[in-house]
Ligand binder design. Structure first.
Ligand SMILES: NC(=O)C1=CN([C@@H]2O[C@H](COP(=O)(O)OP(=O)(O)OC[C@H]3O[C@@H](n4cnc5c(N)ncnc54)[C@H](OP(=O)(O)O)[C@@H]3O)[C@@H](O)[C@H]2O)C=CC1
Ligand SMILES: O=C(CO)COP(=O)(O)O
Length: 334
């Protein structure tokens, strides 16, 4: 039994806390909303984020950051990308001794273009850095919470850290692979959300299955082009953290990115769609980051560029699709 603290009481943090508690680990959750903390402690539920799920009764939750930090040497960071620096720098202020940081977030920071592991590395005191890793793959919280078979990958620059994470999470319903391509796993997890937004849009427009298959396939091509330029192994994009996550996010009713895109396809504005969701839609900020990254690395990313115009320049969704279909003739092999 290992002491583990999960930072973030949203849908993914809650589902993963359950996986860890099912593995007999001593799990403390930290969050910033009193109502949620009380609900986890007294009702063993978190209905805002995971409806009708009973949380393992051994899991405790706290608002106190010091208690959360002192509980464990292994931290699961399960907050949206925009909160990563704030949460990890606060952890660093109160931590002493080496701590292992495993993040599960899927985004890239706009403006700096940093991956999450890089943001954590920059935000914490090097003295407490006991290894940084990522867990990613096709894994909607709603299905993990009801113990449906799920597979993910963990990656770290240090293979021993990845193996430790694998051991901590592996259960009979949650199968964990290691993968030594940290860049590829983080880029695959972040960029698939862009394509899922686009898939939601074409579904909202009722363009059917051919259009969605095209988006998944050509989306994978542009994710791979950028990922490889950033230093990823192209094979990673054919694994769980690449095509696996791309398929699940583009086709699942659970995906927040798909849902948000679907509302846009049906005519909502971005603000209306985001207001309707009470959970994070990472793909919006990641589209901005990837749009500029593509320019920096001189990589063609037509789906990302088209979506950028729709999200940030009020470009009509139908025109965006027409533009993609009307691009110059190409060979698929390039
Ligand atoms: N949900 C899923 O199925 C999966 C999600 N992910 C990724 O996991 C990450 C977290 O997503 P998810 O749990 O789904 O998000 P949710 O929207 O379900 O929950 C977000 C959580 O983050 C907390 N939070 C937000 N800002 C802060 C902050 N500044 N300080 C402390 N806590 C904060 C929220 O707290 P509060 O409620 O108090 O506002 C809430 O508990 C995302 O990057 C997502 O892409 C990855 C795989 C699967
Ligand atoms: O990453 C996910 C599943 O693997 C969750 O995707 P959404 O954020 O679109 O719900």
């Amino acid at each position: 039994m290992t002491n583990i603290t999960v930072f973030g009481t949203g849908s993914w943090g809650t589902a993963l806390a359950n996986v860890l508690a099912d593995n007999d680990h001593n799990v403390l959750m930290w969050g910033k909303t009193e109502e949620t903390i009380n609900e986890i402690n007294t009702e063993h539920s978190n209905n805002k984020y995971l409806k009708n799920i009973t949380i393992n009764e051994t899991i405790k939750a706290t608002l106190d950051l010091k208690d959360a930090v002192h509980h464990a040497s292994i931290f699961v960071i399960a907050v949206p990308t925009k909160a990563i620096r704030e949460v990890t720098s606060h952890i660093s202020e109160v931590a002493d001794g080496k701590k292992m940081f495993l993040h599960v977030s899927k985004g890239i920071e706009p403006k700096t273009f940093k991956r999450i592991s890089e943001m954590i590395f920059e935000s914490i005191d090097p003295k407490i850095n006991g290894g940084i890793s990522v867990l990613s793959g096709p894994s909607h919280a709603e299905e993990v919470a009801i113990k449906h078979p799920t597979t993910v990958s963990v990656s770290s620059e240090n293979d021993e850290v990845a193996k430790l994470a694998q051991d901590l999470f592996m259960t009979d319903y949650f199968r964990v692979y290691t993968n030594n391509d940290l860049i590829g796993i983080e880029i695959g997890g972040a960029l698939k959300n862009i394509i899922a937004l686009a898939a939601g849009i074409t579904d909202g427009l009722n363009y059917g299955d051919n259009a969605k298959a095209a988006l998944i396939t050509r989306g994978l091509a542009e994710i791979t082009r950028l990922g490889v330029k950033m230093g990823a192994d192209p094979m990673t994009f054919l694994g769980l953290g690449g095509i696996g996550d791309l398929i699940v996010t583009c086709t699942s009713v659970h995906s927040r990115n798909w849902k948000c895109g679907n509302m846009l396809g049906k005519g909502a504005t971005l603000n209306e769609a985001l207001e309707e969701m009470n959970m994070v839609v990472e793909g919006v900020r990641t589209t901005e980051a990837a749009y500029y990254l593509a320019q920096e690395y001189n990589v063609e990313m037509p789906i990302t560029s088209g979506l950028y115009r729709v999200l940030f320049e009020d470009y009509p969704v139908e025109e965006g699709v027409k533009d993609l279909m009307g691009r110059d003739k190409k060979s698929e092999n390039i």
